[in-house]
Design a binder for this molecule. Sequence first.
Ligand SMILES: [Zn+2]
Length: 350
Amino acid sequence: MRGSFRKACWVHLQGRDARSDVERIARLGFEEVLPSVVAVGGPLYPSRVRPQHPQAGGRDLVGEFVKEAKRRGLRVHAWIVSLCYPNPAFESSHRDWYVVNRLGVSCVDEPPYVPYYKWLCPSRPEVRDNLAELFLEVTDRYEVDGLHFDYIRLPDALLPKALRRKYPGVPLEDVAKPEFDYCYCKVCRERFAEEEGVDPVEIPYGSDLYEKWIAWRAGQVTETVKHVASRVKRAYPGLEVSAAVFPLSVALRYVFQDWPSWGLDLYHPMLYHEFYERSVEWIGEEAKASAGRGLPVSVGVLADFMKSYSEMEQAFRYALESGARGVTVFAYPLPRPELEEWVAKALAGI
Ligand SMILES: [Zn+2]
């Protein structure tokens, strides 16, 4: 298996030194990096497509990192936060592009769960084009091997179990609630009404029609992915297009991701077990369920959830044995010093 199993990590770029980070990442045993090129809040380089991240201050945090990573022989996939876009300048100039909940409230005014939860609606052709322009701008500017969608979904209709107690008003069971249920913007409502003859605000929860409405919304996310990926592939046929996705068992109902139908080159399911109140073994089960369907996956592991070297080693081994193509660690810089030691040792063993 050695040599063909991919070893990757997501990398945060803010407030870091590119040269020493790349050196350290390579020494840990990673061969691929997914640097944060567009973070929550905006691009970390001066962009013509979207206003820059307020903390980037006109600087290009991406250029130097990509240059160093390529010099060190690492493969680079640009990590692009796609539909979650809290940015005061953009919110005021493009208010209509943001999602609206079943009560008719825009996420710009009342974001669900956390203040940064401001999401663009995937049903809008303008949103799809804007995202495609962003992806193309990144490939025009930087020597990357691939492009990576993240936050490519609607806000969570259902939260992972462990997070439900964290926020007020969130049901502990698997039931949708109007204030967390998106998107009921003008475009979504009118298009669904045209196609199905009913305004989605009138659809009762639990009905067959509501199931259709879930599938319709997932279809909008799928169309957005396909639109962006096809424009990228037309311009740069050799680039790999991938996405960070929710675990297969919950992706559709929690966040409207029908990712097996997206047609991408690689998926990185975020198998962050503690969010689902599961043990490390669950990582293996989910990975097997995806890889067993013939889906090209690299198993996303949240390093900070590992309580011992043995858990880290198990997670990586489960990924390897599941038939997945690799493991992707969230995220560099690792938040505890012992994690570096565990990651390095576990990567060397697979
Ligand atoms: Zn909408």
